[in-house]
Design a protein around this ligand. Structure first.
Ligand code: AIR
Length: 179
């Protein structure tokens, strides 16, 4: 109770970059994963499994940059303040979700273009990857939420030796079929 009061006090009174550096309890998500539609949520199975294997707390939300822009922006601000270190944003078609997230946080944003019904995902790929200079979105392959998860883990591992070790043993396993 005391701890929560202290945390709420910090969130309300300190600049967000300072709050983000305050060591949050385990239940605070390190990674926020957004998709543009509830229909996209099923694509997150592989990503969820990877984050669980690496024991990383994450939060999952369906939010559309076009249909609920206000809720999307509110969520990004809150997640940023609550300690999210990396955002992953996946959307299909005219995919502006990752760019919108990036506009409202200085944390790294990983974009995942989702394959839609018409252009084989090229529409979302180009909408996500072609950010004008100044505000980047690190874009992974079409539907590749798994690579988004690994990239997010690599970013977190910059400040986490335990996570770095886990990544190294995962990479060793990848080598096995070639030896
Ligand atoms: N979308 C929804 N709002 C903005 C975008 N870009 C995307 C979703 C989904 C596709 O549009 O990410 O991949 C179709 O959404 P729905 O809800 O019609 O299935």
């Amino acid at each position: 109770m005391k701890k929560n009061f202290y945390k709420t006090f910090l969130i309300e009174h300190l600049p967000s970059n300072m709050v983000a550096n305050y060591p949050m309890s385990q239940e605070n998500p390190k990674i926020s994963v957004l998709v543009g539609s509830p229909n996209d949520l099923e694509l997150l199975k592989g990503l969820k499994k990877i984050l669980e294997e690496f024991d990383i707390a994450a939060e999952y939300k369906a939010l559309s940059a076009h249909r609920v822009p206000d809720l999307t922006i509110d969520y990004v601000h809150k997640a940023d303040r609550n300690g999210t270190q990396v955002f992953i944003a996946g959307a299909g078609m005219a995919a502006h979700l990752a760019g919108t997230v990036a506009a409202h946080t200085t944390k790294p944003v990983i974009g995942v273009p989702i394959k839609g019904p018409n252009l084989d995902g090229m529409d979302a790929l180009l909408s996500t990857v072609q950010m004008p200079k100044g505000i980047p979105v690190a874009t992974v392959a079409i539907n590749s939420f798994e690579n988004a998860a690994y990239l997010a883990i690599e970013i977190l591992a910059l400040n986490d030796v335990g996570l770095q070790k886990k990544l190294e043993s995962y990479r060793k396993k990848l080598r096995e079929p070639y030896l």
